[in-house]
Design a protein around this ligand. Structure first.
Ligand code: PRP
Length: 211
């Protein structure tokens, strides 16, 4: 039997998505070992294997078929724009993509001013400002701790994920506009969906039962 390969996004989602697979009877004991440097974990009985990848790489593995299935945030799916099927909302890792900044910056979003927007999600930010709001802005790509940008004067606002709102609150920032709700999704390679349809549907069914 051919392995079904599942790419999991490292980081916040990893433990939750693994727990979900475990509850659904598709776990893999060795992946839970905290200090392992191993990259790929196999469940021989079920013919499935897991690997952990950087979140933004998960859609790439799935588009090219190196993974049949990926578990990754909707933010990454939107940002990467890969060719794949999004088949299921796992309902974990719920948060929002938002425009945030100091309260005073709200006016800048109504007057079609040329402002600077710092973000880890340039594609999502561009699409929101240019297409949905018809506001021309300068997008500045950062790789993390985006909340710093308006504080130190790199940008007027940011486009970022808000989960509990703690990071914003502790830095004197607030949500100015909501862009879209986010959560973890299951994505599937387009060829795998045809070739392994039965096995993938069974896995979806098993996951759905524990959601
Ligand atoms: C994310 C996001 C916010 C924070 C939001 O960052 O970019 O900074 O979480 O969560 P909160 O609303 O619960 O405070 P993450 O910690 O994933 O990494 P980063 O700082 O590298 O962007």
């Amino acid at each position: 039997m051919r392995y079904i390969t599942i790419a999991l996004a490292k980081g916040r989602l990893a433990q939750q998505s693994l727990a979900l697979f475990e509850q659904a009877g598709m776990g893999c004991r060795e992946i839970r070992q905290p200090d392992t440097r191993k990259l790929i974990f196999t469940n021989e009985e079920l013919g499935i294997r897991f690997f952990l990848a950087k979140a933004s790489d998960v859609p790439t593995y799935v588009e090219y078929g190196a993974a049949d299935i990926g578990i990754v945030g909707k933010d990454t799916i939107l940002e990467e724009g890969r060719k794949l099927y999004e088949v299921m909302d796992l309902g974990i890792g719920k948060c929002q993509m938002c425009v945030c900044g100091p309260g005073e910056a709200k006016d800048l979003l109504y007057t079609h001013q040329m402002i600077r927007v710092a973000t880890k999600y340039p594609h999502i930010a561009r699409n929101y400002f240019f297409n949905r709001k018809q506001q021309t802005v300068e997008i500045i790509r950062l790789n993390g701790s985006v909340e710093l940008a308006p504080i130190v004067g790199l940008a007027e606002v940011i486009v970022d994920i808000v989960e509990t709102g703690t990071t914003l609150r502790e830095n004197g920032l607030t949500v100015l506009e909501e862009i879209c709700p986010l959560s973890a999704r299951m994505v599937v390679n387009q060829v795998s969906m045809k070739m392994e349809n039965k096995r993938i549907r069974t896995m979806m069914e098993q996951l759905r039962r524990v959601l």
